[in-house]
Design a protein around this ligand. Structure first.
Ligand SMILES: [Mg+2]
Length: 179
């Protein structure tokens, strides 16, 4: 498996500097992928507070931030509202199509999109995204193509790690003066 340290090369820094939008999957990225059903039929998911805190920093820095999920859950709607996400597309079978709609709506180029996913249904979106990131415990197919593999596993601050990296690149001046 590729370690995050090995993946941080200059081309990755350049890719990160172009990013204007961070899109991510929910199950296995914001959560550890477990779904608990209550007797009343609701779904219970566990979110990480550290992801939430960094999302407000991303938004303050002008990033477009949102969810593309294959499943549909009230817990995700609530979390997306709480985090004031720009969009929360759930129950999406064709995630690449949804990504295309988001690109049109927000006038985004492929190189301006970072996407975090963990499973094979994310592969079509990765084909569109300029910056591809995944949790440490993503499936092999995703690990193979990812630009950045986080140290964190799903639900343990994956969004935080990617966002910290993107924000750090935005803050750096493009041309450093020679001494
Ligand atoms: Mg997933």
């Amino acid at each position: 498996m590729k370690t995050p340290q090995k993946r941080v090369d200059k081309s990755l820094l350049r890719k990160a500097a172009d990013i204007r939008a961070l899109l991510f999957d929910v199950d296995g990225v914001m959560t550890d992928g477990k779904i608990i059903y209550t007797s009343s039929g609701d779904e219970v998911k566990e979110f990480n507070v550290r992801d939430g805190i960094i999302i407000s920093s991303l938004k303050k820095s002008g990033f477009i931030v949102g969810i593309i999920s294959g499943r549909e859950s009230g817990a995700v709607t609530r979390r997306a509202t709480e985090l004031k996400l720009d969009f929360c597309h759930q129950g999406i079978e064709d995630k690449a199509w949804a990504c295309g709609q988001i690109m049109k709506h927000h006038q985004l180029k492929e190189k301006e999109i970072a996407y975090i996913g963990d499973d094979i249904n994310d592969l079509p979106v990765f084909a569109l995204a300029g910056f591809k990131a995944c949790p440490a415990d993503a499936c092999e197919e995703v690990l193979d193509i990812a630009d950045m593999v986080t140290r964190a596993k799903g639900g343990r601050g994956v969004v935080r790690e990617v966002a910290d990296f993107l924000l750090a690149q935005k803050k750096k001046p493009k041309f450093e003066k020679r001494k």
